[in-house]
Design a protein around this ligand. Sequence first.
Ligand SMILES: NC(=O)c1ccc[n+]([C@@H]2O[C@H](COP(=O)([O-])OP(=O)(O)OC[C@H]3O[C@@H](n4cnc5c(N)ncnc54)[C@H](O)[C@@H]3O)[C@@H](O)[C@H]2O)c1
Length: 252
Amino acid sequence: MQSTLAVSGAASGLGRALTERLRADGSTVVTVDLHSVEIAADLSSPGGRAAAVAGVLERASSLAGVVPCAGLGPQHPSERIIAVNFFGAVAFVEGLERSIAPGGAVALICSNSTTLTPGADGDLARACLDRDETAALAIAADTNPAVAYAASKVAIGKWMRSRVQELGERGVRINAVAPGPFLTPLLQEGLDDPATSDLIKALPIPLGRMGDPADIADVVAWLLFDGARYVHGSTLFADGGIDALLAPNRFP
Ligand SMILES: NC(=O)c1ccc[n+]([C@@H]2O[C@H](COP(=O)([O-])OP(=O)(O)OC[C@H]3O[C@@H](n4cnc5c(N)ncnc54)[C@H](O)[C@@H]3O)[C@@H](O)[C@H]2O)c1
C-alpha cells in the first residue's frame, strides 16, 4: 500500500529535500508551508495551525508519518521563532497524530544549537512545555533570538520524549533529528548576518563540511519507516560530529 505523509516547511531547505526524497521513494507527501505548496498556512497562529491540519486531513484520512519541518532561525523575532518552531510544530503533530496508522511515525526537527547555546534550557523552554503560549511569548520578547531558537528546540526535544508512552501504545513512533549546520536559506540568513557569520563559519566540523539537505532527508526517511522500527524517543544528532567533538564526556 502506498504511504502518505504530511510535511510542513516543504517549500524550502530540509522540508523540501525530505519531500523530494519521500516522493522519489514512491510515497505521497501532503505539503504545507506559507506558500508554493499544496496547503498554504501560517503555523505561527492558532487559525493557521488549524487550517494546516484541516488541509492535510481533507487530502489524507490515514497517514504513515508526520514531519513538522517549518521553522525560523535566529535572524527572526524571538516571539515568532517560538510560535512557529515550538507551538506550530506541536499543533501540527497533535492535530494529525490520531490519523497516523499503527506502524507510522513522527519525526521532529530539533537542532544541535540545544547543546551549543547557554541558557537554552531555561524559563522559555519550560513555558513552552507548560503549553502556555502567552507566557512563552512574553518571555521570548525579552530573550535574545539565538537563545529563543535553541529554547524552542530544547522544548521540542523534551516534548518528543514526553509522548513515547501514549504514542507507543498506539504503535506510532516519535523521534527527533538534531541537525548541525545545513546549507539552506535559514542558515544563509545567519551567514549573511555580520553578528553570526563568523561564529557559524568557525564551527569545527569533524566531517569537514556543512550538511547538504539531502543528508537530513536520508536520516529522516530512515526514521520514518521500518528500518527504524525499534527507535522510539531518540534524538539523533546529524551534525557532522560537532556535538561529540565539543562535549566528548557527555552521554548520551
Ligand atoms: N539549516 C540548518 O542548519 C538547520 C539546523 C538545525 C535545525 N534546522 C531546522 O530545520 C527546520 C527547517 O529549516 P531549513 O533550514 O530547511 O529552513 P528554510 O528556511 O529553508 O525552510 C523553512 C521553511 O519553513 C517555512 N515557514 C517559516 N515560517 C512558517 C510559518 N509561520 N508557517 C508555515 N511555514 C513556515 C518557510 O516558509 C520555509 O519554507 C527548521 O525547524 C530549522 O530550525 C535547520
